[in-house]
Design a protein around this ligand. Structure first.
Ligand code: ATP
Ligand code: MG
Length: 369
């Protein structure tokens, strides 16, 4: 199973955990379009799904990752906890986008405690923020020996703006919750992938979560993260294009996008708009993949497609054609036991791609770092 990424809530020297890491946590993924709740139970023979729930957010509440209307988010989180009958107060959540900087750096071999000090001193040269304004964390990467320079350790440096951290902790505490772990979307999808899939070390896998506002990309080379990127381009772009070109409101645009209704417009009209947005999306993704290709020889073997947009009819095929790569739909529930008496298997299969971040978060334990 993939490594557990850091917890950017705090950086601390191997302190004794005050709270047991057996304390239960529930994952809250605050997306642009849906808040998602995932509760897993780790059992000896694997994980079991205890709860999975979603709560829609109206358009405009979150824009480019920024929470514009906190009260709506707080109420939605509360409602979701209530509907799912969750008594647990400790939550794992995540950040993404421009409030997060992830940099791979090389340092001489040292202990974790030495690294904590070194990172505090050296981070400034790697991140475009004032050190005072960010929370720092790091992950020592398990780079295979033959891929690593001698006497060097690969470290993933993670910085998140304090502004973003405060925004999240304030919102969740106002919803009556306590933040146990703050993770990063791209690490969460990596952990969800690690739980569900095994790959050969020769494979280079591009994990992609295409949500409503953001596309998260994490490319795994030799099984470890070689490149991450968040792009502010997602399913909402389809709605915007349909709204603008057909002069309809958001709800109608959403229905037209899902193909449920034509609202007096021909399906060919909608199809053309969808196609042109898909081409734009492909170009945005390709630009990111080009950056990766500039630093790696390895051809991308496969794209694992998650996020709500993975459900869009034909998007997997279109991306496969446009990006000249095999595309597979990401199922983060593949190895998780979902009791069919509680969860309708068809519903779980339908929802699966958009649960990638949530499942990754739900794998985290209290006090992880
Ligand atoms: N069947 C479908 N066809 C087309 N689009 C779909 C379908 N189902 C969901 N979507 C789209 O997926 C998007 C929501 O996906 P998701 O829940 O992953 O986003 P989010 O996590 O709320 O947003 P983000 O992660 O970008 O902040 C919406 O744009 C929605 O219209
Ligand atoms: Mg999302």
């Amino acid at each position: 199973m993939g490594r557990m990424a850091g917890n950017i809530l705090h950086i601390s020297k191997g302190e004794k955990k005050l709270l047991s890491n057996r304390m239960p946590v529930v994952a809250i993924d605050i997306g642009t379009n849906f808040i998602k709740l995932v509760h897993l139970q780790a059992k000896r023979r694997g994980h079991e799904l205890l709860s999975y729930g979603t709560m829609p957010l109206p358009p405009g509440v979150i824009e480019e990752g920024a929470i514009v209307d906190p009260d709506v988010v707080i109420q939605a989180v509360k409602d979701l906890m209530k509907i799912e009958k969750i008594g647990i107060k400790n939550v794992v959540t995540a950040v993404s986008g421009t409030s997060v900087i992830i940099k791979k750096i090389k340092v001489p071999p040292m202990s974790e405690n030495e690294l904590i000090d070194a990172i505090q001193f050296e981070a400034g040269q790697y991140i475009p923020f004032d050190i005072e304004d960010v929370n720092l964390d790091f992950v020592v990467m398990e780079t295979p020996n033959d891929q690593r320079e001698a006497d060097q350790m690969d470290v993933l440096l993670v910085a998140v703006t304090k502004e973003k951290m405060n925004e999240l902790t304030t919102i969740l505490s106002r919803a009556g919750l306590k933040v146990a772990v703050v993770d990063v979307d791209v690490f969460a999808i990596e952990n969800a992938f690690g739980l569900n899939y095994t790959v050969s070390p020769d494979d280079t896998i591009a994990l992609m979560d295409i949500g409503a506002g953001v596309t998260n990309i994490n490319i795994l080379e030799y099984g470890i993260s070689a490149f991450t990127r968040d792009i502010y381009f997602g399913g909402m772009k389809y709605n915007e294009a349909i709204m603008q070109q057909l002069d309809v409101d958001y709800e109608t645009a959403e229905k037209l996008k899902l193909g449920n209704e034509t609202n007096g417009h021909s399906s060919a009209e909608v199809y053309d708009i969808i196609n042109s947005v898909t081409n734009e999306l492909s170009m945005e993704i390709n630009r990111a993949l080009e950056v990766f290709r500039g630093s790696s020889e390895a051809p991308i073997t496969k794209i694992m497609l998650g996020g709500g947009c993975a459900r869009m009819m034909g998007l997997d095929q279109a991306l496969a054609t446009n990006l000249e790569t095999q595309v597979e739909i990401f199922n983060p529930f593949q190895t998780i036991r979902c009791n069919p008496k509680v969860f309708d298997p068809e519903y779980i299969e339908y929802m699966a791609p958009s649960a990638a971040v949530g499942v990754g978060l739900a794998l985290r334990r209290f006090g992880d770092r």
